[in-house]
Design a protein around this ligand. Structure first.
Ligand code: TPP
Ligand code: SF4
Length: 324
């Protein structure tokens, strides 16, 4: 383990005290999606309504009339997280309630694939919602099927050996940023203060905010439960999952300079990558380097670009102190 990872001490974290994820939830041990929600509600607080489509979290929350969250939850059809959240926001606007955060919380299948059309529509209308995609890189709830968020080379039940997934992962933050929403960002459960800060920032901005949260999933990644946070940290420190934010599609900020540990440090802890050949690992290594080159170029260009002009007929929301 690198000196940088050894020096990391979670006891030094500064996070909001309040816990709105109750005991008795139904997540697997070591589930990053449970930790992610715990952090999200620490960031947003009790004045939050959560919208959950079909995904692991629809199960984690528990069977009606019980549920594990200390905030109201609306469970909706798989493809409708973004539009359902937008509908709640519209209803709250009629009541004059702009003090409540509306959080759409969906898996990668419900975001990258099945919910993409309604998400793109909501984003194009710049609906005033926070959308978090917790990304475990497959359809885990129904038995580990490949999604378009599954990375190259991963074993899933629909990409079994020797036909491990040949396509790279879809780049969702870039696609959302190209909709020129006020805020799009990546985050990780292994960088909780960064994630909490991003949610709090999202809450202070009007319009659509999208956060792509990388989470560990011991059941689907075939990894040890106790290593969930460590693996999530390695995803960042190997450069596989960069932490950055994009404002109005133009201003890029890289939030963490990785140690650029060798990708094998990350891959070897997950059984889903056990079928990779040395050539596959080399491809992943070169892809990580290429993606970083591209990200740095965008960050360099973005720092000299002004934000896009505000449309003359629609008020393009800008940062405000009220909730998003
Ligand atoms: C229209 C529709 N198709 C399929 C399903 C079955 N289904 C329920 S959850 C799920 C997988 C969800 O995957 P993802 O969004 O990645 O979340 P995860 O399970 O990984 O948390 C599927 C396919 C459904 N409920 N509705
Ligand atoms: S399958 Fe993965 S994401 Fe789903 S509850 Fe289990 S660990 Fe969490």
């Amino acid at each position: 383990m690198s000196a940088q990872l050894e020096s990391y001490d979670p006891r030094n974290l500064h996070l909001p005290e309040e816990d709105l994820l109750r005991s008795g939830h139904l997540a697997c041990p070591g589930c990053g999606a449970a930790l992610g929600m715990r952090l999200a509600l620490k960031a947003l607080g009790p004045k939050t309504i959560v919208v959950i489509p079909a995904c692991c979290w629809a199960v984690i929350n528990g069977p009606y009339p019980f549920h594990a969250l200390g905030v109201p939850v609306l469970q909706v059809a798989f493809e409708t997280a973004a539009v359902s959240a937008a509908g709640i926001r519209a209803a709250l606007a009629v009541q004059g309630r702009d003090d409540i955060a509306v959080l759409a919380w969906a898996g990668d299948g419900g975001t990258f694939d099945i919910g993409f059309q309604s998400l793109s529509g909501a984003v194009e209308r710049n609906e005033d919602i926070i959308y978090v995609c917790y990304d475990n890189e497959a359809y885990m709830n129904t038995g580990i099927q490949r999604s378009s968020a599954t990375p190259f080379g991963a074993w899933t039940t629909t990409t079994p050996e020797p036909d491990i997934k040949p396509e790279p992962k879809k780049n969702m933050v870039e696609i959302l940023a190209e909709h020129r929403i006020p805020y799009a960002a990546t985050a990780s459960i292994a960088f909780p203060e960064d994630f909490v800060r991003k949610l709090q920032k999202a809450r202070s901005i009007k319009g659509t905010k999208f956060i792509h949260l990388w989470i560990s999933c011991p059941a689907g990644h075939k990894s040890e439960e106790r290593l969930s946070v460590h693996i999530a940290r390695l995803a960042v420190e190997t450069g596989v999952f960069p932490l950055y934010e994009v404002e109005y599609g133009s201003k890029y900020t890289i939030n963490h300079e990785p140690a650029f540990l060798d990708v094998t440090e990350y891959l070897k802890l997950q059984g889903r990558f056990r079928y990779l050949t040395p050539e596959d690992v080399d491809f992943i290594r070169r892809s990580v380097a290429w993606e970083w080159q591209r990200l740095r170029a965008k960050a360099a260009m973005g720092s000299s670009l002004p934000p896009p002009p505000a449309p003359s007929r629609r008020i393009m929301p800008v940062a405000s102190s009220s909730e998003g």
